[in-house]
Design a protein around this ligand. Sequence first.
Ligand code: ZN
Length: 164
Amino acid sequence: MRKIRLLGDPVLRRRSKEVEALDESVESIVEELFQIMYSEDGVGLAAPQIGVSLRIFAIDDGKPMAFVNPKILWRSEDTNIGEEGCLSIPDVFEDVERSNSVVVEYLDFKGNVAKKQFSGYTARVIQHEYDHLDGVLFIDRIAPNRRIAIREKLISIIREANRK
Ligand SMILES: [Zn+2]
């Protein structure tokens, strides 16, 4: 099974590529995302976090959902602030401002094109995971004073990542 990539791993900063065909390899990546997400008690996991630079992520908001080639078509102007963490940045939890609602177009795990609106916590998780596909991490979106406050912690995670 693939390992979770930690902050400092260049794959987390890359822009992931579109999936060209929903074949068995994509299916097995989706399966692995769910396996690792559940074993780590995460609510979402993006393919780059397991070292796969493809536009795929998985979430669980009460039921498992996979997103392949997602596009956020609309973000509400209304926002809220909530705490986020990330399996690639262990033990760091910080407030992030996100849109209350988003409309996402994506392929589901059966290969159907879906277009749905998500709100609240699910919208937050989707925005977080979607960022991963563009090489953006939640620590990029926190207040500058908070980034300074957690600097040492981040440096120790990067050291840990480079040791592996
Ligand atoms: Zn994350």
